[in-house]
Structure formats: structure tokens, C-alpha cells
Design a protein around this ligand. Structure first.
Ligand SMILES: Cc1ncc(COP(=O)(O)O)c(C=O)c1O
Length: 967
């Protein structure tokens, strides 16, 4: 026996599903002699990469942890008093371990299949209820990307809602004291739409100017001052100007909510509700508004409906109004939001309840109040008369630097962004001794003396009292869920109870086409909750963030290598944000060469809805090109349209391989047509999992491409976010990549910020970093090959019984394929019936009706073993037999296993069973299910009922009683 002592387990063998043996068997089924032959038959020769990716050697998991510990130690965790929308927070351990660190939660997909997603839907209803209650608004969505983009969504939503006399009003007033990062995002978003931002003092604005359609204020404002906006709001109402308030959610436990002042939209972040700062994100933004605006509301709304058996069931409401589904008519492109973080924030509210949140808010305010009193006693002027958590001191110019040095020596960060001011924001993590410590910093530069004993004594009974104009009098979060789960056992079991209702990757493969539901390896996830990553403020001084910068620099280089681009911006925090950023970069480049008039974007009919939505947001007009019968872009149609719009052609948006699951042979020719007509090529990188190591957007000829790190690069989908959508660009576009107003990171020509934080969702970048570091060049290339093999294996197994819509010239699909279910309609079977029936077999449905109505799009990814693929194929083939029974009349047309799917335990085990098929046919349709049954927690959800009776908050307790009485 011989042992190689240098050999360690290769991570790629854990990440990739099929074993060597299985690969052989699968190739045989597929009819290819080797993996390389299959790839040669699939990927066009003219776009193939020559040579390997230039990446560092792959690390094994143990060595990776070691290296990561070293990197983490380069970040310095100081006590943050910086504020500005990012605060220290205590993530309750029961939430950290059972949600954030739990694959049962983080590997789930957006809850489109409501019957197997009731847990996170309930968690999101809790989130929405908390937001509506705290802000005093009628309706809230289930999260946006961050505060800055939520504010921009409010600005654009109200712009699109302008009526009658305001139809041509284009001015949007923004108070000068909103967070600078929010202002920058607003500026970026306003320009392409012709919205004129007017920035000034809210006390001086004259809203009688009929050009104003909206205003925005911050509450408390960026300096920490709680302002009385009553007169402003009255003026706005008198002049039909709509009002947006960005509000600190925690302060609203003590302060009058903007909804009670008459705001039309309230936006903000829920970060300080238990979600770590993570160097800027991911955190869930929130958006609350009036019921009247429910159809224009960006993002997703969770609503209450009933299932087939009349029982309460949650689902995503009013889905047809989801903006990106409206394509070029959309006013927003939000798709992936920040669901996992929204779930966490909602759980934090459940854990603390209204009295717990109020107690936290009072403590924070009390600390700020004492600090204000004592530092003023030391002779420093504090400007905020009314404040919640943030103090604003005027400081002599020469003293600021001295205080900074003193504070940093004590590992304390204040906010120095306003010249000759020092701002100090308190948060949940701070204690009276922290306060004494910072008073000590100021004392050093004062003649006066304060005895710490006096402060300790005072900390025991601080009177919390706001002027009656500001004090909150209304109740909030009165629903039982916010009162019931106080002990940790109760909380743990509640979270488990919700988790158990949801199907995630911890149960079985999720073959959602276009979503790349691959393994999110545990070792990739572990470091993100280490304090050295979790507790870093996005605007912390750079000497404290070297670990993060190492990751950011390496990841930027690696992604540039993988895409063959000049460089990459990590700022966009979803794929759709990447699209938007990329199109703006193109615009800025074209302006720089005197071609700023170009405003036409060509998009294939098969594109994802976010593509046209992003194009419209970037101020472009959309021209659709058709696809031919093989699902390829109709090149002659494209050529004709490109030539017709030659003078104004800005760009083409193309997904590659196409959303039809095919490597189009003509892709280079397509890029050439666009370039020769003066346009730029934008590649939607959602399907990058079929490219890595084999080809690249740069090789193909694209100018810019977004990557979905939450698809190809192993960041989990989190039930609908987090996401990161970095864009890679060719050299001529690099100077225009997004910047940030507070951190120098971009060139002068930069387009401005597209996210609040400089590096977007920086806190989860370490996941993709880990993925690349542990896979290495070979691992990544093998993953791509196996993703293609797995898809072709499924195709080979299914194609005798199902029509696979498109394939390449050698009959191969790319990493996904479309299964046509339209012919079953004749027997009355809809694609939805198949999707729901798969739940009885323990599977999540593939993507339904995208990009072709009446079809399923299957993407297995490389992480699934042959055994799992076989289980899935067996399920679909068994369902095909069930359809055949309906087709040939053996099964009833209405009362059959498909129409009644999914079958719940409640229904299937009840004493009554009036169906024409057996219980076991319903719930154990195939042998393997007996040993591994996943029970959908509700029957088929009635979407139409829920939309007619829209209800988007926790159901009142009486409704539960009613429901129980009815059962
Ligand atoms: C092809 C394609 N483009 C764009 C997107 C949007 O990406 P995101 O949800 O990250 O905004 C998706 C999302 O699934 C997609 O499938």
C-alpha cells in the first residue's frame, strides 16, 4: 500500500455530483464517447477558449479555512459609531444558527411554488406586517435591495404615477440632509428618465411650482436630527406633490411614523433588525405605501389566499403586476431582492416583539441622550435638538484629527464625513461603558471634568421623552406572532416549524432553468458570519478593511480572467442591477465619444423580463427581435433591425447560451452585426454556468456582461436573495464603472452609484471567492462540462416521452433544456398540473412557462449525482404515465392525481377519501417516496381568490379561529 502524503481531498469532487463511474454510464446513455467529445458537439468551435483559466491552484477545504482566517485577521473590528444607515446589531443566536447558517432556509428559491414555500411566505408576511405597522402605512412589499435603491424605486414609481395636471412635472425635491449614498443612487436613477433632482433645505422649498411631482426627506435626517415635517407635508398635499420619507425603522418604535404624517411612501433598510453590517450588505431594503399604489409597487408582495380545501395559504400576490414581468412597460426591474435578510429581520421582530424593540430603542436613545448631555458639559456644541440615536458635534478644525487619533487608539470609529463635525450614532451593541469611553475621548480636549461614577449612576434612570409632535402614540405589531415566541424554545420551534414547510436543496434537486441551483457548500458559507467579516461598517477607514479588500481585489481579478474582460465592478447587488449598471456604462461611454443620442436596445423575444425593464430604466427604447423555429435569434431579422436603427443603436442584450438552452452558432456574427452598426453588446450572464472555462463573454465579443454570483458562483438564492450581479467590461468601458460618494473607488467618468454600499453585498462575496479558490481552473472547467453532461443526460432519458423543444446542431442542449407540455392540454392537463404533481414526488418544479408558455425549463447543474438525476427523471416519466391514463380515459379527466396535486397529509389521511384513485397513488406514486416523503403543507393555492381579496399582513387571530371552526 502506498500513501501520497501531499494528497488532500479535492473540493471539486465534493462540489460536482457525478462520480467517475457515473460519468461513464451517463455518457453511454447520451451517446458520446467522452466528456470532451460531448463538449465539442455542444459548444461551437469558434468560441472555444484556448488554454486553461489562469487561476491560483485549488485549495482543499481545510487549507481554505486556514487561509481565510488569515485574511479575516486583516479586518479590524472597531466599535462603530458611524451610523449613516448601517448600525451594529445583535443577531439573536437562535436566528443566526437556524436561519442565516441553515441550508433549509438559505438554499431555497423565490417562493413561486407556494405549496412548498409556506414557511418563508409566512416569515415574509411577518416582515410586511412589521414594516406596515412601524411605518404606519397600509401595504409593504417583501423587501428591496437596499435603502438607496428603495428610495430610487419610490422616486420612479411616483414619477410613473403622475396624473392629469402633473403629467409633465419632472422635478423631485430632495432635502439636503439625506444620506449621501442615497442621494447618489437617486442621481444615477433620475438622469436617464429626465427627472430633475432639486436638492435643498426642506424649509425653503416652494412646492407651488407646478413642476414638482414629489419630495423626499430623511427621518431622522442624515445628521441625526428629528425634524418636524408637518408644514412641508401639508404644503405637498395642497399642491398634489407626493411625499417619500426614508425612515429609520427602529426609531419608529418611539417616533410618530411618517404614515401618520401623511407620507405616500416610506422606505429604508431593515439592517439593524439583526442583520450584520457585512461591509455594506446584503440587507433587506423596505418599501411601504398606500393600498392605492399596490399595482405599481416594485418587488414582490406576499398575500393571503386559500388552498383547494379552503384553508389559509400564502402566496406571492398580484404576480402579473410584478414589474419585470411587464417587460418594456415596467417601471422597475427588481427580481432577486433580499429575501433571506428580510426573513431574518422579520424573525428579529418576532423574537423581540414590540416591547423588546421599544426597549432596545429606548436604551439606544438613552445612551445618546447621556452622551449628548455630558459631552456638552465638556464644552462641545451638539446641534440636534431632537434626536434618536445620532449626535452632531461642532468641532474646531484643528481638533477633529486629534479626536480621531484618540478614538481610533481606543478602537472606536466616529463619523467624520461632515467637515468640522463629528457625528456619533449609537446602536444596540453599545453599553454605558462604551458611552463613558467616548465621553473620555472628548474629555481629553476639555478643561472640565466628569466623574464616570456620575454617568454610571445616571445610566440607571434616563428619562425618555419626546416632544408630543414627535412621540409615537399608536400601537404596532399587535398581532399574536409578535407576542408568542419569547422563550428560546418557542422561537427555535417556530423557526423549525416554518422551515419544515419549505422544500430546499437540503431535500432534493431544484431544477429551475435559468436559476442554477447548484451546491452552496458549507465551507463557502462558514466565514461570512465570522465577526471580522460580519461586523465591518461599509465606511470604516481603509486600514481596518484590508481583509475585505484582499478578497475584493482577488475576486475582481479572477472574474475578469473567467470572463476575459478588462475588469469587473462588484457593486450591483442583483442580476437586474447589473443589467442596469451595464447599460448605463454603455451610455456613458457613448456620450464620451459624442454618441450620446444612441438610445435603442435590441432584445430577443426570449429574453428575461428584467432585460427590457432595465433598458427602459436606462432611458432606452426597446426593439424586439424574433427567434426562429430552432429557438435561435433570427439573424436576418436582427440584421435588418440593426441596420434600420443604425443611427441610434445603443446596444443588444443577449443571453448566452440562449434562454432556450442552446449554444447558438451565430453568436459571433451577431456581435459583429451590432458592432458594425455602432452598438455595444450587453451579455446577460445568467447562463454563465455553461461558459466558465470553455468560452467567455470576452471571447464571444461582448463588451459588458453581468454575472449572477447567486447562480454560477455558489451564493445561495436565500429564497429570493441575496444576490450579487457584478459586471465585467472591456477596456473602453472601464472608466465608467459605478462609484460611491464616500469611498474613492472609481474614475471621474464613473456613472455614479447603483447601490448604497461601495461593493454592494460585500458580506457574501466571500462565498464566490471560496468557490473559485477551492475549485481552481480545472474544477471550474469540469463543473461546466458536467453541468452540460447532466442536462444532456436528462434530455436523453426524457426525450422518448417528452418533446424537448430546442437543441444545437448536433442535437445537444446546453446546461438546460425546455420540455414542451403544450400537447397535454388536449387531455386537459396544464403545465401547472405537472409542476404541482412533482411536489407529490418530493421535487420542486422546474421553471414554468419561461421563456415559452406551457413548458418546463430544466437545469440540473453539475452538483447533482446520477442517482438524483435518475430519481427526478423517474418522477417525470411516471407523471407522463399518469398523463397517459388521463389521455386514454383510464383516469378521470377532472378527478385525477394531476389535477388534485399536490396532496397534503391532512387531506390524504382524512377519514373521507372520495377520489377515483387510491391514497397511495396520490402520495406514494413511486417507491423511493415511501422512504423520503416531503409533505406539501397546503393544497393547490387559489391565486385568483387571493388577488381579489388582497391581504398582505398577518391574519388577525379571529381569522384563525374562524378557520379552525370551518375545518
Ligand atoms: C436570464 C435572466 N436574466 C436576468 C435575471 C435577473 O437576475 P436577478 O434575479 O438576479 O435580478 C434572471 C433571473 O432569474 C434570469 O434568469
Amino acid at each position: 500500500m502506498i500513501a501520497n502524503l501531499n494528497e488532500r481531498t479535492h473540493f471539486q469532487n465534493r462540489h460536482n455530483g457525478p462520480s467517475e463511474n457515473e460519468i461513464e454510464q451517463m455518457l453511454e446513455t447520451v451517446g458520446a464517447d467522452s466528456l470532451d467529445q460531448l463538449i465539442d458537439q455542444t459548444v461551437p468551435a469558434n468560441i472555444r477558449r484556448k488554454g486553461k483559466l489562469n487561476l491560483p491552484p485549488a485549495l482543499d477545504e481545510f487549507s481554505y479555512f486556514h487561509a481565510m482566517k488569515e485574511t479575516a485577521s486583516q479586518n479590524k473590528v472597531f466599535k462603530s459609531f458611524i451610523g449613516m444607515g448601517y448600525y451594529g446589531t445583535v443577531t439573536p443566536a437562535v436566528i443566526q444558527r437556524n436561519i442565516l447558517e441553515n441550508p433549509g432556509w438559505y438554499t431555497a428559491y423565490t417562493p413561486y411554488q407556494a405549496e412548498i414555500a409556506q414557511g418563508r411566505l409566512e416569515a415574509l408576511i411577518n416582515f410586511q406586517t412589521m414594516i406596515s405597522d412601524l411605518t404606519g402605512m397600509e401595504i409593504a412589499n417583501a423587501s428591496l435591495l437596499d435603502e438607496g435603491t428603495a428610495a430610487a424605486e419610490a422616486m420612479t414609481m411616483l414619477h410613473s404615477l403622475r396624473k392629469k395636471d402633473k403629467k409633465n412635472a419632472n422635478k423631485y425635491f430632495v432635502d439636503q440632509h439625506i444620506f449621501p449614498q442615497t442621494l447618489d443612487v437617486l442621481q444615477t436613477r433620475a438622469t436617464p428618465l429626465g427627472i430633475e433632482l432639486v436638492i435643498g433645505d426642506y424649509k425653503e422649498v416652494d412646492l407651488r411650482d407646478s413642476d414638482y411631482y414629489g419630495i423626499m426627506v430623511q427621518y431622522p435626517n442624515a445628521n441625526g436630527s428629528v425634524e418636524d415635517y408637518k408644514d412641508l407635508f401639508q404644503q405637498a398635499e395642497n399642491n398634489q406633490v407626493k411625499i417619500v420619507a426614508a425612515a429609520d425603522l427602529l426609531s419608529l418604535t418611539l417616533l410618530t411614523p411618517p404614515g401618520e404624517w401623511g407620507a405616500d411612501v416610506v422606505v429604508g433598510t431593515t439592517q439593524r433588525f439583526g442583520v450584520p453590517m457585512g461591509f455594506g450588505g446584503p440587507h433587506a431594503g423596505y418599501f411601504a405605501t398606500r393600498e392605492d399604489f399596490k399595482r405599481q409597487l416594485p418587488g414582490r408582495i406576499i398575500g393571503v389566499s386559500v388552498d383547494k380545501h379552503g384553508k389559509k395559504a400564502y402566496r406571492m400576490a398580484l404576480q402579473t403586476r410584478e414589474q419585470h414581468i411587464r417587460r418594456e412597460k415596467a417601471t422597475s426591474n427588481i427580481c432577486t431582492a433580499q429575501v433571506l435578510l428580510g426573513v431574518m429581520a422579520g424573525a428579529y421582530a418576532v423574537y423581540h416583539g414590540p416591547e423588546g424593540l421599544t426597549r432596545i430603542a429606548k436604551r439606544i436613545h438613552g445612551l445618546a441622550q447621556l452622551a449628548s448631555n455630558y459631552i456638552q458639559k465638556l464644552g462641545f456644541k451638539q446641534n440636534n435638538q431632537t434626536f434618536f440615536d445620532t449626535l452632531d458635534f461642532e468641532i474646531d478644525p484643528g481638533l477633529v484629527e486629534k479626536i480621531r487619533v484618540e478614538a481610533e487608539a481606543k478602537k472606536v470609529n466616529f463619523n467624520y464625513f461632515v467637515e468640522n463635525h463629528i457625528q456619533i450614532a449609537f446602536d444596540e451593541t453599545h453599553t454605558p461603558s462604551d458611552m463613558i469611553e467616548i465621553i473620555g475621548v472628548f474629555q481629553k480636549y476639555s478643561e472640565s471634568e466628569i466623574n464616570p461614577e456620575e454617568i454610571i449612576k445616571a445610566a440607571d434612570h434616563v428619562e425618555i421623552k419626546f416632544d408630543s409632535v414627535f412621540a409615537r402614540h399608536s400601537d404596532f405589531m399587535t398581532h399574536e406572532v409578535f407576542h408568542k415566541h419569547r422563550s428560546e424554545h418557542e422561537m427555535l420551534r417556530y423557526l423549525k416549524h416554518l422551515e419544515n414547510k419549505d422544500l430546499s436543496l437540503a431535500h432534493s434537486m431544484i431544477s429551475l432553468g435559468s436559476c442554477t441551483m447548484k451546491l452552496n457548500a458549507t465551507s463557502e458559507m462558514v466565514p461570512i458570519t465570522w465577526p471580522e467579516f460580519a461586523m465591518i461598517h461599509p465606511f470604516a477607514p481603509s486600514f481596518q478593511t484590508r481583509g475585505y479588500m484582499d478578497i475584493i481585489d482577488d475576486l475582481t481579478k479572477w472574474l475578469a480572467e473567467i470572463t476575459d474582460f478588462h475588469t469587473v465592478s462588484l457593486q450591483p447587488n442583483s442580476g437586474a442591477q447589473g443589467e442596469y449598471a451595464g447599460l448605463l456604462v454603455i451610455k456613458a461611454y457613448q456620450e464620451s465619444i459624442g454618441q450620446g443620442h444612441r438610445d435603442i436596445t435590441i432584445i430577443p423575444s426570449s429574453a428575461h423580463g428584467t432585460n427590457p425593464a432595465s433598458a427602459v430604466m436606462a432611458g432606452n427604447k426597446v426593439i424586439i427581435v424574433q427567434c426562429d423555429e430552432q429557438g435561435n435569434i433570427d439573424v436576418s431579422d436582427l440584421k435588418a433591425k440593426a441596420e434600420q436603427h443604425k443611427e441610434n443603436l445603443s446596444s443588444l442584450m443577449i443571453t448566452y447560451p440562449s434562454t432556450h438552452g442552446v449554444f447558438e452558432e451565430s453568436v459571433m456574427e451577431i456581435c459583429e452585426i451590432i458592432h458594425s452598426n455602432g452598438g455595444q453588446v450587453y451579455m446577460d450572464g445568467a447562463n454563465m454556468n455553461a461558459q466558465v472555462g470553455l468560452t467567455s463573454p470576452g471571447i464571444i465579443g461582448a463588451d459588458v456582461c453581468h454575472l449572477n454570483l447567486h447562480k454560477t458562483f455558489a451564493i445561495p438564492h436565500g429564497g429570493g436573495g441575496p444576490g450579487i450581479g457584478p459586471i465585467g467590461v472591456a477596456e473602453h468601458l472601464a472608466p465608467f464603472l459605478p462609484g460611491n460618494p464616500l469611498v474613492h473607488m472609481a474614475e471621474d467618468e464613473a456613472i455614479g452609484a447603483v447601490s448604497s454600499a461601495p461593493w454592494g453585498s460585500a458580506g457574501v462575496l466571500a462565498i464566490s471567492y471560496a468557490y473559485i479558490a477551492m475549485m481552481g481552473a480545472d474544477g471550474l472547467e469540469n463543473a461546466t462540462k458536467l453541468a452540460i453532461l447532466n442536462a444532456n443526460y436528462i434530455k436523453a432519458r426524457l426525450e422518448k416521452e417528452f418533446n424537448i423543444l430546442y437543441s444545437g446542431k448536433n442535437g445537444r442542449c446546453a446546461h438546460e433544456m425546455i420540455v414542451d407540455c403544450r400537447s397535454f392540454k388536449e387531455a386537459g392537463i396544464e403545465v401547472e398540473d405537472i409542476a404541482k404533481r412533482l411536489m407529490d414526488y418530493g421535487f420542486h418544479a422546474p421553471t414554468v412557462s419561461f421563456p415559452v408558455a406551457g413548458t418546463l425549463m430544466i437545469e440540473p447543474t453539475e452538483s447533482e449525482s446520477k442517482e438524483e438525476l435518475d430519481r427526478f427523471c423517474d418522477a417525470l416519466l411516471s407523471i407522463r404515465e399518469e398523463i397517459r391514463e388521463v389521455e386514454n380515459g383510464t383516469a378521470d379527466k377532472e378527478d385525477n392525481v394531476l389535477k388534485n396535486a399536490p396532496h397534503t397529509a391532512d387531506h390524504s389521511l382524512s377519514d373521507e377519501w372520495n377520489h377515483s384513485y387510491s391514497r397511495s397513488a396520490a402520495v406514494y406514486p413511486i417507491e423511493y417516496v415511501r422512504a423520503n416523503k416531503f409533505w406539501p403543507s397546503v393544497g393547490r393555492v387559489d391565486n385568483a381568490y387571493g388577488d381579489r381579496n388582497l391581504y398582505c399582513s398577518c391574519i388577525p387571530t379571529e381569522a384563525y379561529e374562524l378557520e379552525e371552526a370551518e375545518v
